[in-house]
Each structure stands twice: as C-alpha cells, then as structure tokens.
Design a binder for this molecule. Structure first.
Ligand code: GLP
Length: 241
C-alpha cells in the first residue's frame, strides 16, 4: 500500500484527480470505477478543470459505479445514478452509454453486473472512498475478502451517515455493491479519505490486516493500492513510527 499524506484537503483532491488524468493519458480507453459520496464531489469538479487545461478526454473511457441503493424508483434524486449524472456525466459532457450502472431494477442484478465487468476487460483504475466504519462501496463490516457483487444490508452507522441525502431521511436499507473480491480485481485502487470523520477508520486500517470488521483492510495487500489522506483523515496515525 502506498500512502500519500497531503498537506491540505485541496492537495489530496488534486492528487487523486491528477492520477485519473494520468490514467487516460497512458490509456485513453481506460475503464474507470467511480465512487460516490461527498468525498468524491470535489475530485470530479477538479477533473473537469484539469481536463479543460489539457488535450485529454474521457470520450473513449468506460465507467463503472461501485454501488447503488435498492428499492428507489428510476431517476430518484438521491440515487447514486443521479449523483453521477450531476457530478460527472453533465459537467464532463459524457454519455450515459459510457456508464454501467448497478442494475438494481433488473432480475439477477448481481450476476448481470459481474458479467458486464468481465466483458469490459476489467477496471483499470478504481476510485474508492471509505465509510466511517471502514466500509468500501457498501461492503459493510462482516463482508468477506472474496465477496462478489451482491445485495447488502446497510448498517445503522451507514444509514445514519447518509440519511441526510434523502428527503425525510427515508434512506433505503439495502444496496447492490461490488464485492471486496470484485473490487480487488481492479488493476489499481485509489482510496481518498478526507476530514476528521475518517480519522478512526484510517487509524484502524493502518493497524489491521484482513480484518472483516473493517473491510478496507482486505485491500491493503493489493499490488497497486494508493491511499490518499488529508491532514484531518491522517490525524490519528503516525507514519514516522
Ligand atoms: C458511501 C458510499 C461509498 C463512499 C462512502 C463514504 O455511502 N457507498 O462508496 O465511499 O460511503 O461516503 P462519504 O464520502 O460521503 O463520506
């Protein structure tokens, strides 16, 4: 695991957005896995700025999403699909046909998504956030290292952390999430953690390995895993020890 401890939140965001641009520089038809959540919003905004300054484009790329809530009507404003439209597709001028959305309205969504992932040739670069309880995608504590795309039940901590994204806090209790084993097959992983609310999860991640109570620990031995931290997220670890 490569750890990048940044001097500011802005620097951490810029580090991640630059990695994505470098990926399309080296592989214009890269397959990129996107994470949702508040952490990633400024990364997508910065990607737009960097793209406008460069001659690179995402036109040949294909994108996957990590997860989606179950049980929401199509086009629900709090769905992750809507998030991706708002923060990625519209601002970057992309087409919905460049995206594989977790098929939450299809029969057998788990196998369907795994099949589309396989047919794409696999994810070249997967962006990841981390939940305050160490979840990745929606792989909550208790998830297995070899878990695949599946419907998961969200923990009370996750429901609480994300309820404010929903009118009247009516958040679904289940989601479809790529599994840890699915995520691990990406050629490279970039996890961004910013803010004080992530400090405990990052401390736990640093000190544990293959621990189901913090699913992010399963990714530590991935050969190309970069963890990017701002000062607050890194405030409970000491990299000099
Ligand atoms: C969300 C998503 C994750 C995200 C994490 C952290 O619910 N399922 O992909 O990384 O929880 O979210 P945030 O960035 O809002 O803290």
């Amino acid at each position: 695991m490569r750890i990048i401890q940044c001097q500011s939140k802005e620097e951490a965001i810029k580090y991640v957005s630059t990695l994505v641009i470098e990926k399309i520089e080296s592989k214009p038809n890269a397959v990129i896995g996107l994470a949702t959540g508040r952490t990633m919003i400024p990364v997508y905004a910065d990607m737009k700025i960097l793209l406008e300054k460069s001659h690179y484009s995402f036109k040949k790329c294909f994108f996957f999403m990590l997860d989606e809530y179950m049980g929401l009507p199509e086009n629900h404003p709090s769905s992750f699909k809507d998030y991706i439209r708002t923060h990625v597709i519209k601002p970057l001028g992309l087409l919905e046909s460049q995206f594989a959305f977790p098929p939450v309205h299809s029969e057998g969504p788990e196998l369907h998504y795994e099949q589309v992932l396989k047919e794409s040739g696999g994810v070249d670069l997967q962006l990841l956030g981390i939940g305050g309880n160490g979840h990745v995608g929606f792989n909550e504590p208790g998830s297995l290292k070899n878990s695949r795309t599946r419907i998961v039940r969200l923990t009370p901590e996750t429901l609480k952390a994300n309820a404010d994204q929903f009118v009247d806090n009516q958040i679904p209790t289940e989601a479809l999430s790529m599994g840890i084993g699915t995520i691990y097959e990406s050629k490279s992983l970039v996890m961004l953690a910013t803010g004080k609310s992530k400090a405990d999860a990052i401390k736990y991640l640093m000190n544990h390995h293959d621990d189901p109570s913090c699913p992010a620990t399963f990714l530590k031995d991935h050969p190309h895993f970069t963890l990017v931290l701002d000062p607050e997220a890194a405030s409970k670890i000491n990299l000099n020890i």
